[in-house]
Design a protein around this ligand. Structure first.
Ligand code: CA2
Length: 179
């Protein structure tokens, strides 16, 4: 209910609507392994995402799940409610063809975020099933990565929007004045 209210209001105001998804164990942030994942709790991170999105004039919804199936369902349901997705799939990054297929199926521009630099860590973290269907990946910047992703997706969608407006303008112009 909250989700549809947020997106309806945003749609009325023609705002970009982004869905931010956090995968398994990220609810533990700030409580354990601060040397790897930092001191910030997930709710602190979500607050900073919400603050930045306000500055950017976009609407965001943030959600966390420990369940692969729930993440898949949220991605599937994003179609028609959101313009893009930011996801930290956590350990599912390295295992989940289901999440990859869901992102490919909804065809919403998606940015993959990791707090740590997965390429600097154990070999098994170097491969991402998500990267091939994402417009880009941000890793190693801690919670700032989410803010960079907001910015990147806003620019990406803004460019897409203005180029489709340009194409519409070209189409609307009478043939005579187009020459
Ligand atoms: O660096 C990231 O953001 C990761 O997606 C985090 C995942 C890990 O499996 C990926 O390889 C990289 C793990 C999230 C677990 O988060 C915890 C937070 C606090 C305490 C324990 C785990």
């Amino acid at each position: 209910i909250h989700c549809s209210l947020l997106t309806t209001g945003a749609r009325d105001r023609q705002m970009l609507r982004l869905l931010v998804l956090h995968g398994p164990n990220l609810n533990l942030l700030g409580t354990r392994e601060p040397s790897v994942y930092g001191q910030m709790s997930l709710s602190d991170i979500d607050k900073s995402i919400t603050r930045r999105s306000g500055e950017l004039g976009i609407a965001v919804q943030t959600k966390q799940s420990n369940s692969e199936g729930e993440l898949v369902t949220w991605i599937q349901n994003a179609r028609g409610h959101f313009d893009g997705i930011i996801i930290n799939p956590a350990a599912y990054t390295h295992t989940s063809i289901a999440i990859r297929d869901a992102i490919a199926a909804v065809a919403l521009p998606t940015v993959e975020v990791h707090l740590s630099n997965i390429h600097q860590r154990e070999e098994f973290r170097h491969h991402s099933f998500i990267a091939g269907v994402a417009i880009g990946q941000i890793a190693g910047f801690g919670p700032t990565g989410y803010l960079l992703a907001l910015e990147a997706l806003t620019v990406h969608l803004g460019a897409k929007r203005s180029s489709s407006r340009t194409r519409a303008d070209v189409r609307k112009k009478p043939a005579a004045s187009r020459r």
